[in-house]
Design a binder for this molecule. Sequence first.
Ligand SMILES: [Zn+2]
Ligand SMILES: [Zn+2]
Ligand SMILES: [Zn+2]
Ligand SMILES: [Zn+2]
Length: 787
Amino acid sequence: MDLPVDEWKSYIFQKWSLLPKSIQDTISTADTLKDIFLHSSSLLQPEDETFLKSLASGYLVGKDPNAPPFYREEGNKKFQKKDYVGATVLYSKGISHARPHTADISLCYANRSAALFYMDEYEMCLKDITRAQMHGYPESLQPKVTLRKVECLVTLGRLQEAGQTIRDLESNFAAKPTVAAAQFQILQRNLCRLKMKVQERERLTATFPTTLTKIFEDMDLREVNEQIPCASSSVSLCMDPLRGRYLIATEDILPGELLLKEDAFVSVLNPGERPPLHQGLANKWDTRVTNGDLYCHRCLTHTLAMVPCDGCSYAKYCSHECMQQAWGLYHNRECPLGGLLLTLGIFCHVALRATLLARFEGASKVIRKLSSEISNKDMCSPESETPLRSDLGGESEENGNIVQTPVPGCDVNGKYENNYNAVFHLLPHTEHHSPEYKFLCALSVSALCRQLEAADSSKPDAAAPPILCSELSTWGVAMLKHMLQLQCNAQAITTIQQTALSGSEENNVTNSRQVRLATGIFPVVSLLNHSCSPNTSMSFVSTVATVRASEKIAKGQEILHCYGPHHSRMAVAERQQKLRAQYFFDCSCPVCQKEKHRATVGPRWEAFCCGRCGALLQGGDVLSCGGTSCMESVSRDHLISRVQDLQRQVGGAQKLLGNGQLEQAIQLLLGCRHDAENFLSPEHSVVGEMEDALAQAYAALGDWQKSAAHLQKSLQVVEAQHGPSSVEMGHELFKLAQLFFNGFAIPEALNTIERAEKVLLVHYGPCSDEIQELQKMKSCLLDSPPI
Ligand SMILES: [Zn+2]
Ligand SMILES: [Zn+2]
Ligand SMILES: [Zn+2]
Ligand SMILES: [Zn+2]
């Protein structure tokens, strides 16, 4: 996903292996990124480009006029089954393939408005009705959507507009007596009903005051930080030879305190599962739901009412405004390159978009800056080894003079901001990447540049002035630098997806799952160093990253973030290996140091117990009982195969759950749990999985009490593995609160809501969906009469 598709990767690696040794050496030992780029791109042959284009043409990214009727038909099928979400997504797919101002697009919008109406999404429904009419919705069908519009307006309390719409519709009838008599009668009846509804509503709203909608305001950054504008005033930027740039606390920080709030300099939506190459397939239209069907291509907002780009089918937006903004900033260049960008992967796409965005910080200035810095050999030498060398300082222009500043990425006043200057100073680690990888990146970027150039020259009107022309190599080098930076500096933008527990559509018990939405560059967040046991927690709303303290941080302590390998999910050896491979460093965080010295004792969530006395088993290949009077010993291999067998059975039970075979699932799980008691610690992660599945099964049966009892056991495992104030714990407590709430166990529910709130507030702040949901449950419980 991040890197180019395998076909292109292996093609380039093969090309590399066939290069004469002397050329390989020239590229491997090149001093600057510019040399790497120029040497590599001179080797890109027309046949390479042809091959790449053939790969890119496998993606359906343009508009296919035959697709809308197909998707509308499929959407109608879902609609009839009352799967309104599914229907909306399919109508959206149809819309994205239809040309503007055609019957196809207006019919899809109208159908989508109906689905949105049944989901009580009245505002979105109204917008879709307007869109349908704007694109020429057939006259004969107008009364149907107009009545829907009135229904929405009434429900939303916009009664004057509703009244006006009714009057317009009536005068329309009067002017066109062609409507069939029977149809006219139905319309009349509907109008009558709606008029009464309007009057009824008017009476009600006169007596009730409007309610306050937003109760909780997010706390904002305590004070403005002069040095880093998107950080709290309790944070300061430092630099030393060992750690490079890093952030420290300038005063004591409490758990939950907001430390950074940064909008991505650039972000690219992760297209999700790669759509299949459609060559030779009977049905080339994909009905699967991907990120691109649910999240705005620009701002990543979740929406069911997508508005597509007029030029392609792959870029869909939450609103017309977002579409226009994206078009002006970068999509006018990207639009014709959809297939190529999907083939070359997200890193390449982010690199392109970052350079396109850089134009808006003064294109010519940026280009001059790039040229001078890129030809400077030191720009790609390792900061981590000699970060204090003065020539590594950032250069800033002030009245035409080049001024040296102490910390790279800062401006002349020492200010570090979310801008292209800061992005440009993130480390590409050129010397750590393999020559093949650099060759792959350089050729991918070079091919992309040639396509951009071709697109520019094919526009004779020059309405959009060419961006690359003479500076093509400069832009190429900048893109190559960004691609190399991304391995260490790409930030995954995630969201919490709530999915209803299997088989329980009627109740509102949900599983929270973190999913990756996009890849972005956040120059301020990138200042945070890694720890396997970090003291912060990160969350996202749209493209904005929020970093909060997850524990107390004392004045002078470093502020740390986890790059992925967290100690509660990975053993020390695996973490070290991952960090070395991706980030090129050896972790020496306190947890790593501690764990290196006691390698034989595994964590509790992987521990085995003695079958005879229940004490913990210890040792290497042969485990022996830790109980004082017990001589039991077992081979590790034997225990591991038993665990694997249990895992298979739990997987089977989860499948049964998914199919709604609840009783069978429960029987299987209870059997598994009985087996587990004989050799696994009660805090073993597999035991947690069983208890969680049992909780799901009983929830699906509506047995809240049993479900809650099992979830509490699963909670113990989560607590042992991730800690009592971890975000994982927060999600489990949230689920438990929902169970108690559904079972109307008031004291237990209130208690659990409070615990969940306490944990989730620290990680997500008061504005998050989960906290709002918990508040709603609480006020509902407190308002309910005592039993
Ligand atoms: Zn948007
Ligand atoms: Zn487009
Ligand atoms: Zn570590
Ligand atoms: Zn024993």
